[in-house]
Design a protein around this ligand. Structure first.
Ligand code: CP
Ligand code: NVA
Length: 311
């Protein structure tokens, strides 16, 4: 057991948000706050451990924070950038890596690739973004919201834009931590029905709500945080032109922020396309916490690594 006592993740991996039970999610976020407060205690927590970082898509925050996390915890990492499972089946990639390294972090086009790595590697696997989820991002966001709100219950996050991977992970985490969430999208860009159904189940048990709407005023009403993401995600660049027209009314600008509660926070996972999904005035405003989110990627991922690799 590392110093400070890491919590436990029974699933042994973090291939999607579903790998954490509600108590595990709460424990992990509390542990992340502790790792952030007292980093020196965890300097050797990953001694002699090596991470495989596999990226099928570009990354700044995720790639660098995992590298920094491994080094600050006394371990190391190696990277592979490019398709996973192109030269050989994913199950063979998984079984090779597991002979050399202790944990796999993977950013993939398809969730199935992450699931297959977890199934075949016999090592912990962390989802670093797939088509369906961005669970490490949501952990950082929930920690950031708690730091600014003081807690999650009785607060409301409004996600404006595409019902995408980031929206899915936020819905699942808000629903389990007791925050209300509204997902406001153009018609036909609502979140995945199956994931929404599961998030609604969590919300019902935790006494909070999930609103999915195309109506900005309805969704933003009483929101004390507003979140947006790019309109065309990585791999959807060919749709960017059409999406720009459909999403234009959903740009997060000063007028849109007025529909939320006064002083509402602004969040974005980054990278941001300024003057598309968000104006420069909003992202640079005093209620913008986008760099707190980026910083917290490091702390939550350190907590996750220590937890998944705890003896
Ligand atoms: N937010 C996020 O995941 O950023 P990167 O794509 O730069 O990793
Ligand atoms: N939805 C975006 C998030 C980037 C961090 C994408 O998948 O490209």
């Amino acid at each position: 057991m590392p110093p400070g006592g890491a919590p436990c993740i029974a699933a042994g991996s973090f291939s999607s948000d579903f790998d954490l039970t509600q108590p595990e999610l709460l424990d992990l976020l509390a542990f992340a706050a502790e790792v952030k407060r007292r980093p020196a205690l965890y300097r050797s927590a990953l001694k002699n451990r090596i991470l495989s970082l596999l990226f099928e898509k570009p990354s700044l925050r995720t790639r660098i924070t995992f590298e920094v996390a491994a080094k600050q915890l006394g371990g190391d990492s190696i990277q592979s950038i490019g398709p996973i499972g192109g030269r050989e089946p994913v199950k063979d990639v998984a079984r090779n890596l597991s002979r050399w390294t202790d944990l796999i972090v993977a950013r993939t086009f398809k969730q199935k690739t992450v699931d297959d790595l977890a199934r075949w590697s016999g090592r912990p696997v962390i989802n670093a973004l797939s088509d369906l989820y961005h669970p490490c991002q949501a952990l950082a966001d929930m920690l950031t919201l708690k730091e600014h709100w003081g807690g999650w219950h009785g607060h409301k996050l409004a996600f404006v834009g595409d019902g995408n991977n980031v929206a899915h992970s936020l819905m699942l985490d808000c629903a389990r931590l007791g925050a209300d969430i509204a997902v406001i999208t153009p018609p036909k860009y609502e979140p995945n029905e199956g994931i929404l159904g599961q998030a609604r189940g969590f919300a019902q048990r935790n006494g909070c709500t999930i609103q999915v709407t195309n109506d900005l005023a309805e969704g933003l009403s009483n929101a004390d945080a507003v979140y947006t993401d790019v309109w065309a995600s990585m791999g959807q660049e060919h749709e960017a032109f059409d999406r720009a027209r459909l999403f234009a009314p959903y740009q997060v600008n000063i007028e849109l922020m007025k529909l939320a509660a006064p002083g509402a926070l602004f969040l974005h996972c980054l990278p941001a396309h300024r003057e598309e999904e968000v104006t420069d005035a909003v992202i640079e405003s005093k209620t913008s916490v986008v760099f707190d989110q980026a910083e917290n990627r490091l702390h939550v991922q350190k907590a996750l690594l220590v937890t998944l690799l705890a003896e």
